[in-house]
Design a protein around this ligand. Structure first.
Ligand SMILES: Nc1ncnc2c1ncn2[C@@H]1O[C@H](COP(=O)(O)OP(=O)(O)OP(=O)(O)O)[C@@H](O)[C@H]1O
Length: 424
């Protein structure tokens, strides 16, 4: 009995302490923010500081609204947001701990072991921030980290459009509309979600625009990310061979030029105005592998520069962003970027035009999407099994060039699209 009462008191106090810790975390964040601004040299030209205008609670944290001095460099602060986040996390780390776990403890001889487990299994959670500018500087400080995984489902689709879900933020889904923003550069260290988002983009395009999307898939990573799309009726080109890339790109360029000439000759400015529905997507996974080939790069640059008018959109992915793998002219023509964690600030600058990707947490799918503004997103995750299910109705059996002398016949299915080849 005494043990039971004692344990209840201990648990009650621990729970109270933990919830206090979780709730009352941010009392002096306003001061900290002001100090971080001063130390980072983010004040106005004559040393003017930001001034706290308002502070308000919202369901996930606290928003601080500041008046900013004239000449305030918002882009610099956006790029160096991690300094602010690190500063707010220096002394205060939040325990990801649910006090109700304590009430699940069974009162028996292993009680102390169970309590110890709850505390030793806790994860350290960082405060995260979000910046906004509308004449005032708005800093949202969140009590909890962003979700590490968002499962994709068909609710992410916008049928009949070219707008594809690219990530989730706490405010909702962020989309990249290819008819608005055309091309996209994707960069990121290996293993953090480049292929996964490319597969999601392809799947979304096929499901949203099955009759109008034309895919040119160039997979130079030595993996098999695009393999599953090669027999789609929407796939016009698919290769994993670097030596085939030049010919494919040059043929695309010829078609693109012809389409553009037709559009202009018919008196239209671009494909959108012409009312044509077809859009071509040239998707290159590991662009660094063709960076040495000047003829390939000439076509890539040309598509980035002139493809928009003809409806030829480029998605250019690399894990090695450098001035060679993303030439200056290509970069200038592709303002939209999605960048997962990168090795250093130089790579981040090359890929995004700002630092910050080197500071992203090591979470697959966590990236910075930069378009008009830049924001941290968690890309939706689609499993290979889901992809197979979604694209199955679009699979057709195509003879490959080198197999034109081989007779095809449908055979015993071992997968959704397997068949036996018989040489005659
Ligand atoms: N949005 C996501 N949410 C959760 N997990 C993800 C997400 N994206 C990727 N992952 C996980 O990370 C793993 C690696 O992702 P992916 O293959 O896309 O990386 P990559 O950057 O293309 O790496 P590599 O260049 O080595 O192929 C995936 O197998 C998956 O388990």
């Amino acid at each position: 009995m005494i043990i039971e009462i004692g344990s209840i008191i201990i648990m009650g106090s621990l729970a109270g302490y933990a919830s206090l810790k979780k709730g009352g975390t941010t009392s002096n964040d306003a001061d900290k923010i002001q100090k971080i601004f001063a130390n980072a040299g983010w004040n106005g030209k004559n040393g003017e500081t930001i001034r706290l205008h308002r502070k308000s609670n919202f369901s996930g944290g606290i928003e601080y609204v500041y008046q900013v001095p004239l000449g305030f460099d918002r882009k610099r602060i956006e790029a160096e947001q991690h300094i602010l986040e690190d500063g707010l996390n220096i002394r205060h780390r939040l325990f990801e701990f649910n006090p109700t776990d304590l009430f699940k403890v069974k009162i028996n001889s292993s009680m102390f072991k169970q309590i110890k487990m709850i505390f030793t299994k806790k994860k350290i959670d960082r405060k995260e921030i979000e910046l906004g500018f509308d004449g005032m500087l708005r800093i949202k400080v969140y009590k909890e980290s962003m979700k590490e995984q968002y499962e994709w489902d068909e609710g992410y689709l916008m049928n009949g459009t070219w707008s594809v879900s690219i990530g989730n933020t706490r405010q909702g889904v962020v989309r990249h509309d290819f008819d608005e923003h055309k091309h996209l550069i994707i960069a990121g260290a290996t293993g953090y979600g480049k292929s996964a988002i490319l597969k999601l983009i392809v799947t979304s395009l096929v499901l949203q625009q099955p009759e109008n999307v034309k895919l040119h898939l160039i997979d130079l990573k030595g993996g098999s990310a695009f393999q599953r799309f090669k027999d789609l009726k929407q796939t016009k080109n698919y290769t994993r061979e670097p030596k085939e890339v030049k010919e494919i790109l040059q043929n695309i360029q010829i078609e693109m030029n012809k389409t553009y000439t037709d559009i202009v000759d018919s008196g239209f400015e671009d494909i959108k105005e012409s009312g044509r529905k077809e859009r071509h997507f040239i998707i290159i996974d590991e662009a660094a592998d063709i960076a040495d080939d000047s003829e390939c790069m000439e076509v890539v640059t040309d598509i980035a520069r002139r493809g928009r008018g003809a409806g030829y959109y480029l998605i250019y992915a690399t894990q090695y962003p450098s001035s060679q793998s993303i030439p200056q002219q290509t970069k200038r023509n592709i303002p939209s970027r999605l960048c997962f964690v990168l090795d250093d600030a130089i790579a981040s600058n090359t890929a995004l035009g700002q630092t910050g990707a080197e500071e992203l947490p090591l979470i697959p799918g966590r990236g910075i999407y930069k378009n008009v503004k830049s924001q941290v997103v968690q890309t939706p995750y689609i499993s290979n099994r889901q992809i197979e299910k979604c694209i199955k109705p679009h699979v057709v059996i195509k003879p490959r060039k080198e197999e034109s002398s081989i007779e095809y016949r449908e055979g015993k299915k071992t997968g959704s699209n397997s068949f036996i080849l018989e040489e005659t």
